[in-house]
Design a protein around this ligand. Structure first.
Ligand code: PMP
Length: 286
């Protein structure tokens, strides 16, 4: 089971327990991050920690640690748990206080937890692509905050899972927003298109790496809202997330997309993404 980080201290994971009045447990009153680890090294750690602070700040939680301190603690945790390939999960809640919708007094300390999860890369899916369903986006209007409140996302993902699919692509009316745990991209006539980073989606760290790779490698890219019709008509579709990387989507709602295999631009971006991982974390063996 290994070790976990609790409020700045590394303890046995089995001893990291939640109080029944922790506001994360009762209200989902907190935010989280997932950071990928390859070859025992953190990928895009600074970006994740920056987003973590920003999410916390946006709901009025003051983190008791700086990003630099968080990085040091997370790296120590990684070493103690001997994690080679996997994820670091971290969350902060508004702390423990008698149940009340109103925020507790400012002397209540936020609860900060982090632990590691061993998890290999989804190699088979990356090679052959995955299936998705479409579902109406029923979530709130601050999807840019990486909140612990994930019910809308969970309901969407469960629906996908029951249909034997990897992801649920959400849409508000005709507009495609994002996956239940990923950002969505289409490729049309060589141009990569993905939803602009506003309040309707999470500004994915992987999305930003992909946008950067497109710009540096002369792959035309636009951030704008696209419709269900454009999705249906796309030459290629892929999704992105910390754990799914650049994941081809080959079937949506039972309809096979164009070739039914990962597209050329998607494969190029997978290659570039892998090189970016290797630049930060060393050569990947699988
Ligand atoms: N959107 C949602 C709703 C997500 O849960 C995730 C996964 N964290 C993403 C997008 C992708 O974000 P990232 O690339 O930072 O993992």
């Amino acid at each position: 089971m290994g070790f976990a980080l609790l409020n700045g201290e590394i303890i046995e994971r089995s001893e990291a327990k939640v109080d029944v009045e922790d506001r994360g447990y009762q209200f989902g009153d907190g935010v989280y991050e997932v950071i990928r680890v390859y070859n025992g090294k953190l990928f895009t750690a600074a970006e994740h920690l920056k987003r973590f602070s920003k999410s916390a700040e946006s709901i009025g939680i003051s983190l008791q640690f700086s990003s630099k301190q968080l990085l040091e603690m997370v790296e120590e945790l990684l070493k103690k748990n001997n994690l080679e390939t996997g994820n670091i999960y971290m969350q902060v809640t508004r702390g423990i206080a008698p149940r009340n919708h109103v925020f507790p007094a400012s002397n209540v300390t936020p609860t900060l937890v982090a632990y590691t999860i061993k998890s290999s890369r989804p190699i088979d899916n990356l090679k052959s692509g995955v299936k998705a369903i479409l579902t109406e986006d029923i979530r709130w209007l601050r999807c840019d905050i990486k909140s612990l409140n994930l019910l809308g996302n969970l309901l969407a993902k469960q629906k996908a899972s029951e249909k034997g699919c990897f992801e649920a692509i959400q849409h508000r009316g005709q507009d495609v927003t994002e996956g239940s745990s990923s950002n969505i991209f289409i490729v049309k006539d060589g141009t990569v298109i993905t939803h602009e980073s506003n309040n309707l989606i999470l500004k994915g760290i992987t999305k930003d790496v992909i946008l950067d790779l497109c710009r540096k490698n002369n792959i035309p890219v636009i951030e704008r809202t696209f419709s269900l019709t454009e999705l249906d008509d796309a030459d290629e579709v892929f999704l992105s997330s910390t754990t799914a990387e650049v994941m081809p989507v080959i079937e949506i709602n039972g309809k096979i997309m164009k070739a039914g295999v990962p597209g050329k631009v998607t494969r190029k971006l997978q290659d570039l993404f892998q090189k970016e991982i290797e630049k930060q974390c060393g050569v990947l063996v699988s």
